[in-house]
Design a protein around this ligand. Structure first.
Ligand code: NAP
Length: 336
């Protein structure tokens, strides 16, 4: 929302306020001087606070900077493990030629090198059999130089992704996608947290805001983002609401939220009028705008004028996802 539209909203709201008070007078309600009328005072205070907060510009939570800081810490932990002869190792498996997946695996392997990990990239043709893939995973489960195993999704249609994920040893499930890892998260055990929600938690933590007693709204309920995100927020003592495509009035929920995490995959899902002034907004979405530019689920320009903290796209959640994969891998190595 730009300053003109903010002023416009303020003017409309002020007119409504005056009308509301004159309607009270017409209806013969007890008229009190403004200073003695608590409801009128409350409304005026809300209006003024809305005006003040809608003119604020949110602090950008810089995922690139936070990633750099965390990767420096991961590098130190890797160096101290390597000094003891236990260099952290990640195996990345790619089946098929999906162009986006090729970029993702390349970035993951490069990131491993940057923090001093040993990494293995295994690329297979799209016609690799499910049995052959399961055999490779069994071998990597038994390999002491490998502490984390990641199979890049999506897999070709003839391979069952659930079977593959469940074949990865829980101690090496650094993506945190297996049923056991999900159960560990749900019951508060120390399993591996899925990387994207784990990264979102680090971004929220970086604001210094204590989540205890705050109301967090998660938009999206996928197994990899929305659901684990909600569980992590719950673990941090937030009161959590999960919204999804069957939620009838999304704005009703988001307007009450101190923290909103948008993980939908549809741009402009969250706009300024849906955000409580001062909220923290985390944008997980990855979409394209009309010009083909990467954008999130949040109308960043508008929401920035209402929120206290916001993640940009790109440069927010994206870089944190690989960083948390590295974090899980170093943790896996430390646990062995
Ligand atoms: P997903 O599996 O497609 O889940 C999307 C969720 O959004 C579903 O739960 C769906 O509800 C809900 N939804 C759809 N339309 C909605 C609406 N109009 N109102 C409220 N909820 C709605 O996607 P995902 O894997 O969770 O990913 C979500 C987004 O995050 C995507 O853009 C993805 O590319 C991005 N992402 C980014 C990163 C990163 O590193 N930056 C990592 C992972 C994902 P139903 O369950 O009812 O269908």
């Amino acid at each position: 929302m730009n300053s003109n539209s903010v002023f416009g909203v303020f003017q409309i709201a002020t007119c409504r306020f005056i009308l509301w008070n004159s309607n009270l007078a017409k209806a013969g309600s007890t008229r009190l001087p403004l200073g003695e009328n608590p409801r009128a005072l409350y409304n005026l205070a809300s209006l003024l606070s809305y005006r003040q907060s809608t003119t604020m510009s949110a602090h950008t939570i810089d995922g690139v900077l936070l990633s750099q800081q965390l990767r420096a810490e991961i590098g130190q932990r890797a160096a101290s493990l390597s000094a003891k002869g236990k260099q952290p190792g990640l195996a990345v498996i790619l089946v098929g030629e999906d162009p986006a997946s090729q970029v993702y695996v390349r970035n993951k392997v490069k990131a491993c090198g940057d923090v001093g990990f040993h990494s293995v990239l295994e690329k297979y043709e799209a016609d690799l059999t499910e049995a052959a893939l399961l055999d490779r995973i069994a071998a990597l489960n038994a390999d002491p130089a490998i502490h984390g195993i990641l199979v890049q999704m999506p897999l070709p249609k003839h391979i069952n992704p659930h079977k593959v994920i469940e074949a990865i040893s829980t101690t090496k499930d650094v993506d945190g996608y297996s049923v056991l890892s999900a159960g560990e998260l749900m019951t508060g055990l120390t399993g591996f947290r899925p990387c994207t929600p784990y990264g979102c938690m680090k971004l929220i933590e970086s604001t210094g805001v204590d989540l205890r007693g705050k109301h967090a709204v998660v938009i999206g309920r996928s197994n990899t983002v929305g659901k684990p995100m909600a569980l992590l927020l719950l673990q941090a003592n937030a009161t959590v609401t999960i919204c999804h495509s069957a939620t009838p009035d999304l704005a009703y929920h988001t307007r009450q939220a101190d923290v909103v995490v948008a993980a939908v995959g549809r741009r402009n899902t969250l706009t300024a009028d849906m955000v409580k002034p001062g909220a923290i907004v985390i944008d997980v979405g990855m979409n394209r705008d009309d010009a083909g530019k990467l954008c999130g689920d949040v109308d960043t320009a508008g929401v920035r004028e209402v929120a206290s903290h916001i993640t940009p796209v790109p440069g927010g959640v994206g870089p944190m996802t690989i960083t948390m994969l590295l974090m899980n891998t170093v943790e896996a190595a430390e646990r062995t």
